[in-house]
Design a protein around this ligand. Structure first.
Ligand code: SAM
Ligand code: DTB
Ligand code: SF4
Length: 332
């Protein structure tokens, strides 16, 4: 088997995108089968532990204080509420619980509360993930010491298009947070959003950034923009669904051992489109009625879809086998 590469050129990635659809899907599915059990999907459940009033200006986000959305803000949730939501997620079959906070970055006091949540959720027998904004090196180490399994921090789009979406933090800020998470030995969840008005070249460029990191993120979320009234990106044109599937397929080929996560936007996707995403190599998703603030696809319809496609939820034991720690997994 060929070594995992970290030296993709933009033209090589663009050529993958430009292949005939069936050729691209065949190749992606072949790569997928060489590295994963093909009919298993890992599911994570999200909870917003601190909602709204975020100082950042991400053009897609309901939680930015700079956009006039109808979202109600909430303070950091109490521990009991978080643990009850985590237990409910576990009872429904999720193996990972992801807690999101609308912060530019956490304060050290915030981290006292979040590290306690990470420990409490781990004690329930779930994998833990948090997404809290930018982290310093020391904060990443604190989260690692609390036993955090994954940190989510997305690049969101290409370096070229980024400035049209976010102005309050730079691409380089994001790359630095990713490096701090890695240095602390936490597994990384990092991907982006499609349908922001970016070009195919931008989608290729974003995947190039992810694939050429020294170690691939263990989890690569591919979100489809959820258009939220009051945000600058509300009213952006629909993305061609085949372009979404192509991006999943190229992510699978570039990062063969990573879980490619079908993320936000599923509630607007048909069953057939989601089935194509699985065929293209998506093997994880968010499960549960809510994302952070926006509705997710209904669990009952996800369960029916899994049954119709002969897909099974991945168990914690299987997830641990396919995703050992970052250091053991790939050469840095
Ligand atoms: N505040 C933290 C941060 O930005 O790093 C964590 C939470 S933030 C909501 C996590 C990610 O969700 C964003 O980076 C973006 O990729 C995705 N996201 C947010 N709003 C979205 C939307 N309306 N549609 C699709 N994806 C979205
Ligand atoms: C990710 O890439 N997508 C998730 C998770 N990481 C934190 C969040 C999606 C948010 C969708 C919009 C909302 O619920 O506000
Ligand atoms: Fe804040 Fe995160 Fe939303 Fe950006 S994506 S506005 S950082 S909550």
């Amino acid at each position: 088997m060929k070594e995992t590469r970290h030296d993709w050129s933009l033209d090589e990635i663009a050529a993958l995108f430009d292949q005939p659809f069936n050729d691209l899907l065949f190749r992606a599915q072949s790569v997928h089968r060489a590295h994963f059990e093909p009919n298993r999907i890992q599911v994570s459940t999200l909870l917003s532990i601190k909602t709204g009033a975020c100082p950042e200006d991400c053009g897609y986000c309901s939680q930015s204080a700079q956009h006039a959305t109808s979202l109600e803000q909430e303070r950091l949730l109490p521990m009991e509420e978080v643990l009850a939501a985590a237990q409910a997620a576990k009872d429904k079959g999720a193996t990972r619980f992801c807690m999101g906070a609308a912060w530019r970055n956490p304060t050290d006091k915030n981290l006292d509360r979040v590290t306690a949540m990470v420990e409490g959720v781990s004690d329930l027998g779930l994998e833990t993930c948090v997404t809290l904004g930018m982290l310093t090196d020391r904060q990443a180490r604190r989260l690692a010491d609390a036993g955090l399994d994954y940190y989510n921090h997305n690049l969101d789009t290409s370096p070229e298009f980024y400035g049209q979406v976010i102005t309050t933090r730079t691409y380089q800020d994001r790359l630095e947070t990713l490096a701090h998470v890695r240095q602390a030995g936490i597994r990384l969840c990092s991907g982006g959003i499609l349908g922001l008005g970016e070009s195919r070249r931008d989608r290729a460029s974003m995947l190039q950034q992810l694939a050429n990191l020294p170690t691939h993120p263990e989890s690569v979320p591919i979100n489809l923009l959820v258009r939220i009234e009051g945000t600058p990106l509300f009213g952006t044109d629909d993305l061609d669904p085949f372009e979404f599937v192509r991006t999943i397929a190229v992510a699978r080929i570039l990062m063969p051992r990573s879980y490619v996560r079908l993320s936000a936007g599923r509630s607007d996707m048909s069953d057939e489109l989601q089935a194509l995403c699985f065929l293209a190599g998506a093997n994880s998703m968010f499960y549960g009625e809510r994302l952070l603030t926006a509705p997710n696809a209904a669990s009952a319809s996800d369960e029916r879809l899994f049954e119709r496609l002969g897909l099974a939820f991945e168990t914690i034991e299987a997830a641990e086998k396919t995703a050992p720690g970052p250091c053991a997994r790939q050469a840095v």
